[in-house]
Ligand binder design. Structure first.
Ligand code: ADP
Length: 162
C-alpha cells in the first residue's frame, strides 16, 4: 500500500486543495491530509476550526485520513508510517518556497521524498489568502470553496468587521 501525507495550513481548505488531494489519490492508495497546528503565518481560523473544515469536506473519501500535527512535518510523516510528502505547485513563487522547504525537509529526513503535483488550470490562481480577501470585501467565493467553508468564512469575516 503506498501512502503519502499532504500537509498544509488549510486556512481554509479550498477546491484547489481538494483537487490536489483527489489527484494524489490516483497515485497513492492512502493519503493523510494533515493540518499543521503551529504555522508561522497568522491564520484566520484556529487549528481546530481548520481541522474541522477539512474533516467536513474530505472525511469519508475512500483512502483519505484527516489529521493534524504539531512539530516538524518530517517527524509527523514518519510517525504515520509514510515517507512521501505531497505538495502542490501553482506559480513560480510557489516553486521557490516549495523547493526550499523540500530541501530543508530532506536535510532532516533524507529517506523521505516530496512529490509535487501541478495545480489544475481552473484552480491555478486560487489561494486561501485571496479567498479570504474576497470574502472580506463581499465577493462571492462559491466557485472556490465548498458551501460550508464559505459559511464559516462569512461568519468569521463579518464578525471581525463589526
Ligand atoms: P502551507 O502554509 O503549508 O503552504 P497551504 O494550505 O497554503 O499550506 O497549502 C498547502 C499545499 O497546497 C501547498 O503545497 C500549496 O502549494 C498547495 N495548494 C494550495 N492551493 C492550491 C491550488 N489552488 N492548487 C494546487 N495546489 C494548491
Amino acid at each position: 500500500m503506498s501512502k503519502a501525507v499532504y500537509p498544509g495550513s488549510f486556512d481554509p481548505i479550498s477546491y484547489g486543495h481538494i483537487d490536489l488531494a483527489e489527484r494524489g489519490l490516483k497515485i497513492f492508495d492512502e493519503l493523510t491530509v494533515a493540518v499543521a497546528r503551529n504555522v508561522s503565518k497568522t491564520t484566520l481560523f484556529s487549528a481546530d476550526e481548520r481541522v474541522e473544515m477539512v474533516r467536513e469536506v474530505l472525511e469519508g473519501v475512500p483512502g483519505v485520513t484527516v489529521d493534524s500535527y504539531t512539530g516538524m512535518t518530517v517527524d509527523y510523516v514518519r510517525s504515520v508510517g509514510a515517507n512521501v510528502i505531497l505538495r502542490g505547485i501553482r506559480t513560480i513563487s510557489d516553486f521557490e518556497y516549495e523547493f526550499q522547504m523540500a530541501l530543508t525537509n530532506r536535510h532532516f529526513a533524507d529517506d523521505m521524498e516530496t512529490i509535487f503535483m501541478m495545480t489544475s488550470n481552473e484552480y491555478s490562481f486560487l489561494s486561501s489568502h485571496f479567498i479570504k480577501e474576497a470574502v472580506a470585501l463581499g465577493g462571492d467565493v462559491s466557485a472556490f470553496v465548498p458551501l460550508l467553508v464559505e459559511e464559516h468564512l462569512k461568519k468569521k469575516l463579518t464578525k471581525r468587521s463589526r
